[in-house]
Design a protein around this ligand. Sequence first.
Ligand SMILES: *Cc1c(COP(=O)(O)O)cnc(C)c1O
Length: 462
Amino acid sequence: MRYISTRGQAPALSFEEVVLTGMASDGGLYVPERIPRFTTDELADMAGLPYAEIAFRVMRPYVGGEIDDDTFRTIVRDAYATFSHDAVVPLNQLDASHFLLELFHGPTLAFKDVALQLLGRILDHFLKKRGERAVIMGATSGDTGSAAIEGCRHCDNLDIFILHPHQRVSEVQRRQMTTVLADNVFNVAIEGNFDDAQAMVKASFADQGFLNGTRLVAVNSINWARIMAQIVYYVASAVALGAPQRPVNFCVPSANFGNVFAGYMAHRMGLPVERFVIATNANDILHRTLADNDFSKRDLVATLAPSMDIVVSSNFERLLFEAYERDGDAVRELLERFQSEPAALAEAPLSRLRERFVSHSVDDATILEVIREAHHRTQEILDPHTATGYRAAECERGEPGVPMVTLATAHPAKFAEAVVKAGFPGVPLPPHMDDLLEREERYTVLTAELAEVQKFVAEQRR
Ligand SMILES: *Cc1c(COP(=O)(O)O)cnc(C)c1O
């Protein structure tokens, strides 16, 4: 399998190269040159299989033989053995046709574990094979950092440095990162805000001289392997609900669009999905684009669903590439215009998107109302991100006979602030984490100076 850039000007890469590379050299994102397709029999055969086996079958065409089958099976099995539920991503029925797909049973209680438990292991496999080591650098205000650390803590060939803004991350989120006391895990608290941390990571990727030739790897959601891993749970949940004989709908709490794009890929692989409902919080660029063709940046709003607080949806570019029928020049032109001024999609691509996607934006007051209402109706306490999905799914339900699957992207204990604001006493952490607040922490506080951070990374890596 070869991978090509959404902007049409970077070299095509193999799976191994694409996993180690991140962004394409022309500023675009890598996508598979050809989207593999399952027959209805192949899909039907997956019903009832263990999650790890479905994962192996769904991802195998994307790996394209670059990891042998036995090794890849083992990697997949190990990745999902870290989940605390036997079904890995169980379906929870809320009413006759509305289901929650619980993606939060991984080590850090949010859906990013599904991709990062796998990505760390795949990276480690390729690095070992090449006899190389690599450094991962990332900035986080929450979910991604802890999921990346958990995904890499056992990887011999990787050192991971996660920067977070000092004293500006919730205690649970900080402790999920800083209590991982592995030799290859380095938490850095930056005396500054998230943007300062992010800017230092970006600058380090732009000029990697400080690492003397060691590879720097990105594990943010532009990495193709993360999308690939997320395709699996769309297939697994849909076949459990009767696909391919029966279509389903999905509702996805969205920010950078990696999650819902994976759903779209599942659809292109043959899964019958009637509609995707995109749920956003007040940071609603996706909703404005779909509803009003207003593809423009707005100032960031801090919401009760902080992991969805974004200005730009980086992975939306991958969908635009499909909507523009894989015309890299058109995508490049649109994205370059969008960087500097409000943009709009051409008519034909926009109507293609509207055939399959609808959207709904949910503000903070509504998030609190939904947490109360959903509890009243179903006894479930939703996390604030999932709450945006619940409301969007109820509003955009579509055909009554088609099951609606709302993706539950985080465990409510992880975002207790919103749950308490909604009037609940809080939610206990699950048993395997109930001593989190007593565990030993380890992190280094540094000033927001690039040279100091880079010196620390260069000296500490093994
Ligand atoms: C990252 C995240 C999202 C947004 O996912 P995208 O793939 O960026 O659209 C939603 N909910 C939670 C809890 C997250 O951590």
